[in-house]
Design a protein around this ligand. Structure first.
Ligand SMILES: O=C(CO)COP(=O)(O)O
Length: 227
């Protein structure tokens, strides 16, 4: 099946389970993402709650990732989310192995292959350079390096730990050059994004600075301003 693709640099916003991401909140962020995408030409993708995959993709024509997919085939499971369901809702891909939803390596591999087989994108999250190397060997579309101690904070990975970005880019280039690298944790300004891209990444994965903003469009406008 033909694989989906997204233009680089990519700004991928994970809406997580924040109050601001539920119901109308998700639409508010989606409207802002649509506005800034049209204004700037930079690709902004969203990873909303499952219930918002279809509405956001349908109403705003925004590339949508699931925050997780369960490594199960359709069948007698209860409370799980099979890949076929996120695909039919309109997801272009899924996050896999976020720090807030760790998986074992066998399940990460199963998800990456299943997403590829379905023509969807995989964005596998990693916490350090050694994990990044192991995950790049699985050939996902993206590896997103996010130091857990900086997630949700005010100091970004670009400011606090540029070496982890450079080392991750180097290791991925050596192991699987086709794999794209994102970075995230604490990303909150155009300068953070520019530093990440200048250090060799293909974009950023972020959450709180946009989701919890009073004016998500203003924050997104700043985030893409130096690209
Ligand atoms: O975990 C993240 C994105 O998946 C990063 O979150 P913050 O942007 O809130 O640090």
């Amino acid at each position: 099946m033909k694989q989906q693709s997204l233009k680089t640099p990519l700004v991928l916003v994970n809406l997580k389970c924040y109050t601001e991401s539920i119901g109308n909140g998700a639409h508010r962020i989606a409207r802002a993402a649509r506005e800034i995408m049209d204004e700037s030409g930079v690709t902004i993708a969203l990873a909303p709650l499952y219930t918002d995959i279809h509405p956001i993709n349908h109403h705003y024509d925004i590339p949508v990732f699931a925050q997780h997919v369960d490594p199960v085939d359709p069948g007698a499971h209860t409370g799980r989310m099979p890949l076929a369901a996120i695909k039919s809702a309109g997801a272009i891909g899924s996050l896999v192995n976020h720090s807030e939803y760790r998986l074992n390596v066998a399940d990460i591999e199963k998800n990456v292959s299943a997403l590829k087989g379905a023509g969807l994108l995989s964005c596998v999250c990693s916490n350090n350079v050694a994990t990044t190397a192991a995950l790049a060997a699985l050939n996902p579309n993206y590896v997103a390096i996010e130091p857990p101690e900086l997630i949700g904070g005010k100091i970004s990975v670009s400011e606090a730990n540029p070496d982890i970005i450079t080392d991750s880019v180097d290791v991925v280039r050596k192991i699987s050059p086709a794999v794209k690298v994102l970075t995230g944790a604490g990303i909150h300004s155009g300068k953070c994004v520019k530093t990440a891209v200048d250090l060799g990444t293909d974009g950023v994965l972020l959450a709180s600075s946009v989701v919890k903003a009073e004016d998500p469009a203003a924050v997104l406008r700043d985030l893409v301003s130096l690209l």
